[in-house]
Write a protein that binds this ligand. Structure first.
Ligand code: NAP
Length: 329
C-alpha cells in the first residue's frame, strides 16, 4: 500500500516520502479500513511542513481524516463492508493517519457514514467541515436563530469558513463573511451564501476599544488573536461566539468586557476529542444542512504526490475551500 510517510532524522530534520508499506507495518487497532479518500486540513499542513509540533510519534503517516470501507474488524459494532469516516482522535499526530491506502485504528474512533454521503464527500467535509458543524451546533445550543441577527464567519474562504458560511446560509441566517481574499474569492463566498463581505483587516488589526458597536448576534472564528477579540467586541448583547482556530495566532489579547458587560458567551470547540454522540449528531446534521452541490463547489482534488505542495499552501492561507486527496493516485 502507498502511504505518505514523515520521518525525523536524529538532527531533527523532517522529510516526507511516498512509501510502499505492507499491512504488517500498520499500527495496532481492532479495525482495518481501505481508505478511499483523505484530505488536507490546516493541522495537516502544520504537520507535513513541520511548522508546529503536531506529530508526536515518528515515523508518522499524517492525515487527521479519512473515509473508506472496513476490510477487517474485531468489533461487534462494525462489519466488513461498512462505510466509515474518521476525524481526529489524535490520528495523524500520535497514531498513523489517513494519507495512505489503508489505516488500522480503534473501532470506537470510526463514525458510520450517513447514506447521503459518498466517501469522497465525507473526505471533502473532513475535520474542517465537521468542526464548522460543531460550531453551528454551539450557536444553536445558545439559542441563536436567524431572527436574532447576522452571524460573522472569519477565514471564510478557508475550509472551516466555507462550510460554516454554507450551512448558516442554508439555515436561513444572514452571513457576514470575513476574508483576506475578497478580490479573488468574493464571488465564491457570495455563491456559498454570504450576504455581506468584509475585509479580514476589519477584524485582525489590534484595537484599544474593548467594546464596539454591535454588528452581529454571533460568530464562528477560525483565527484567534485580535480577530477573536474584535469579533467578541462587536457582538450584540446576549450573543455567542464559537472559537475553533488559530490561523492568526494562539494569543488572546483582549478584555472580559464583552463577557461581563454584554453577557456574551465564548464557546470553545475541540473536534479532536468530541464525544461520539456529538460527532454522530454533527454528521447527521451535515447530511441535512450542507447542500451537496455547494460542497462540490468548494472541492479541489489532488493525488498523494501533491500533498506536500498543498500542505505548504494551506499554511500560507492560499487554499480555497476543501481539498480531497485520492490516496490511490
Ligand atoms: N478546534 C478544532 O477542533 C479545529 C478543527 C478544525 C480546524 N481548526 C483550526 O481552524 C483554523 C482553520 O482551519 P482550516 O482547515 O479551515 O484552514 P484553512 O482552510 O487554511 O482556512 C484558514 C483561513 O483563515 C484565514 N486566515 C489565514 N491567515 C489569517 C490571519 N493571519 N488572520 C486572519 N485570518 C487568516 C484565511 O481565510 P481568508 O483568506 O478567507 O481570510 C484562511 O483560508 C486552523 O487554525 C485550524 O487549526 C480547529
Amino acid at each position: 500500500m502507498r502511504a505518505l510517510l514523515l520521518t525525523k532524522s536524529d538532527e531533527g530534520v523532517v522529510t516526507h516520502d511516498i512509501a510502499d508499506l505492507s499491512d504488517d507495518d500498520l499500527p495496532e487497532g481492532d479495525t482495518t479500513v481501505a481508505v478511499e479518500y483523505s484530505t488536507i486540513n490546516y493541522k495537516d499542513g502544520l504537520a507535513i511542513t513541520n511548522t508546529s509540533p503536531i506529530v508526536r510519534r515518528w515515523p508518522m503517516v499524517p492525515g487527521v481524516d479519512f473515509a473508506g470501507t472496513v476490510i477487517s474488524t474485531e468489533s461487534e459494532a462494525l462489519k466488513v463492508g461498512d462505510r466509515v469516516v474518521l476525524n481526529g482522535w489524535d490520528v495523524g499526530e500520535k497514531h498513523w493517519g489517513g494519507l495512505a491506502e489503508r489505516a488500522r485504528v480503534d473501532s470506537s474512533w470510526l463514525t458510520p457514514l450517513p447514506d447521503e454521503f459518498s466517501t469522497y464527500q465525507a473526505a471533502a467535509i473532513g475535520t474542517a467541515g465537521y468542526t464548522a458543524m460543531l460550531c453551528v451546533l454551539a450557536l444553536e445550543r445558545h439559542g441563536l436563530t436567524p431572527a436574532d441577527g447576522p452571524i460573522v464567519v472569519s477565514g471564510a474562504a478557508g475550509g472551516v469558513g466555507s462550510v460554516a458560511v454554507s450551512i448558516l446560509s442554508k439555515l436561513g441566517f444572514e452571513v457576514i463573511a470575513s476574508s483576506g481574499r475578497i478580490d479573488s474569492e468574493g464571488d465564491y463566498l457570495t455563491a456559498l451564501g454570504a450576504t455581506t463581505l468584509i475585509d479580514r483587516a476589519e477584524l485582525s488589526e489590534p484595537s484599544s476599544r474593548p467594546l464596539a458597536s454591535g454588528r452581529w448576534s454571533g460568530g464562528i472564528d477560525v483565527a484567534g488573536s485580535h480577530t477573536l477579540v474584535n469579533m467578541l467586541a462587536a457582538t450584540n448583547p446576549g450573543g455567542c461566539v464559537a472559537a475553533c482556530g488559530l490561523a492568526q495566532g494562539m494569543d488572546f489579547p483582549g478584555s472580559v468586557a464583552p463577557l461581563i458587560l454584554r453577557g456574551i458567551t465564548l464557546v470553545g470547540v475541540d473536534s479532536v476529542h468530541e464525544s461520539t454522540e456529538r460527532r454522530s449528531e454533527a454528521w447527521q446534521r451535515l447530511a441535512t444542512d450542507l447542500d451537496p452541490t455547494v460542497l462540490d463547489s468548494m472541492i479541489t482534488e489532488v493525488g498523494l504526490g501533491d500533498v506536500a505542495t498543498v500542505a505548504a499552501d494551506i499554511v500560507d492561507g492560499k487554499v480555497r475551500g476543501r481539498v480531497v486527496v485520492d490516496v490511490a493516485r
